[in-house]
Design a protein around this ligand. Structure first.
Ligand code: ATP
Length: 325
C-alpha cells in the first residue's frame, strides 16, 4: 500500500498559456477534497528555489477559470539549470513538506521536473503552451485559445487590407514549431503558410499564387509566416513587394496570442488534466506527464514523452496546400 500524501505543490513555468488557471483550480479542488493540502509556488522554479510560496484553498481559486495568464505568475529561471539550483529546489520541498509537485508548462519546464524527479521528488507535468509542441499529447492547454485569438485578429486585419488591396504578411508565434501557424493559416484561408518544418520553393509557393490570384481578380493575399521560419515576415514582405509590385504590410501578432480569457476547450482540458495530475500525485506516482490522446486524458512516463520532437500534422498541411491552390 502506498503511503498517504499530505501536501503537494503546484507551479506554472515558461511561457504563460490561457487555461493554466483552470489547471491550478482543478488541482486545488481535487486535492483538498481528499484532505491533501496544496501550496502554490509563485514565479515557477525561481519561486521554488527562493521559497516564494502561498497556501491555496478551494475558496482561493474561486473565479479564476475565465482568467487568462496565470494566478501563480511564471518565470524563466537560469538557476534551475544547475545542480545547485535543483538541489535548492528539492530542499525547499523538503522544508515545506511538499511530497509531490505539479509542473504546468512546456517541454523546458518538464526537463526541470525530470531533474527534480531524479533527485527523489515525485513530479507530474501538465502540458500548457500555446505552441502545442509536446509530442506525446494531441493538445496542449492554451493552443485552442491562441488559435482563436490569432484568427480573430487576422479577420479584422483582412477587412482593412482588402479595402486597400494590399498583401498581408502575418507572423504567428510558436517558437521553432509551426503547429500554431498551420492551424491559424488553415482557419483564415491563407494564400500560403511558411513553416520552419517545411522547406519550400518561395517563387512557386508564394509569388506564383499571388500573381495567378491577381490575374483571376483577387485583390488581397494573406501570407502566414511562423515565428521560427528562417526568412522572417519582414524579408517575406520585401520580396513579395519587389517581385509582384503589390504593397505588402507586416503584422506581428506577438504576445497578444498568449492573452485573453481561455476558450471553453482550454477550460475543460485544463480542468480534466488538473484533476488527473492531482490524482496521480495523490496515488504516489512519480515522473508522469498528463496527456490527451485519441480523446482521452491519461498519462505517460515523462522521460519517454519528452524524447522525440512533434511532427507537423501532414494531413492538415496537405489540406492547406490543396485549398490554397
Ligand atoms: P514554452 O514552450 O511555453 O516556452 P517551456 O516550459 O518550454 O514553455 P522554457 O523557457 O524552455 O519554457 O523552460 C522553462 C523553465 O524550465 C526554464 O526557465 C528553466 O528554469 C527550466 N528548465 C528548462 N530546461 C531545463 C533543463 N534542461 N533542466 C532543468 N530545468 C530546465
Amino acid at each position: 500500500m502506498t503511503q498517504k500524501i499530505n501536501r503537494i505543490g503546484v507551479l506554472t513555468s515558461g511561457g504563460d498559456a490561457p487555461g493554466m488557471n483552470a489547471v491550478v483550480r482543478a488541482i486545488v479542488r481535487k486535492a483538498t477534497a481528499q484532505g491533501v493540502s496544496v501550496l502554490g509556488i509563485r514565479r515557477g522554479y525561481s519561486g521554488l528555489i527562493g521559497g516564494d510560496i502561498i497556501e491555496l484553498t478551494s475558496r482561493g481559486v474561486d473565479g479564476v477559470l475565465p482568467r487568462g495568464g496565470t494566478m501563480l505568475y511564471t518565470a524563466r529561471c537560469e538557476e534551475m539549470l544547475s545542480d545547485t539550483g535543483q538541489e535548492k529546489a528539492v530542499q525547499t520541498c523538503r522544508h515545506m513538506g511538499i511530497e509531490g509537485l505539479a509542473v504546468i508548462g512546456g517541454d523546458g519546464s518538464f526537463r526541470g521536473a525530470l531533474a527534480l524527479a531524479r533527485r527523489g521528488l515525485a513530479t507530474v507535468g501538465v502540458p500548457a503552451t500555446i505552441d502545442n509542441d509536446i509530442v506525446c499529447t494531441d493538445y496542449t492547454i492554451g493552443f485552442d485559445t491562441a488559435c482563436n485569438t490569432a484568427v480573430d485578429a487576422i479577420d479584422k486585419l483582412r477587412d482593412t487590407m482588402q479595402s486597400h488591396e494590399r498583401c498581408s504578411v502575418v507572423e504567428v508565434m510558436g517558437r521553432d514549431a509551426g503547429h500554431l501557424a498551420l492551424h491559424v493559416g488553415v482557419a483564415v484561408g491563407a494564400t500560403c503558410i511558411l513553416l520552419p518544418e517545411k522547406e519550400v520553393d518561395f517563387h512557386k509557393v508564394v509569388i506564383e499564387p499571388i500573381r495567378m490570384g491577381r490575374l483571376s481578380g483577387r485583390h488581397h493575399h494573406m501570407l502566414i509566416v511562423a515565428e521560427g521560419h528562417g526568412k522572417g515576415a519582414q524579408a517575406v514582405a520585401e520580396r513579395v513587394e519587389a517581385e509582384t509590385g503589390i504593397e505588402a504590410r507586416v503584422t506581428i501578432l506577438g504576445h497578444i496570442q498568449r492573452g485573453g480569457t481561455p476558450s471553453a476547450m482550454d477550460r475543460v482540458l485544463g480542468t480534466q488534466m488538473g484533476c488527473h495530475a492531482a490524482g496521480l500525485l495523490i496515488a504516489g506516482e512519480r515522473s508522469r506527464l498528463v496527456i490527451k490522446q485519441d480523446g482521452c486524458v491519461m498519462s505517460c512516463d515523462m522521460e519517454e514523452g519528452l524524447a522525440q520532437r512533434k511532427c507537423l500534422d501532414q494531413d492538415l498541411f496537405a489540406a492547406a496546400v490543396a485549398v490554397a491552390t
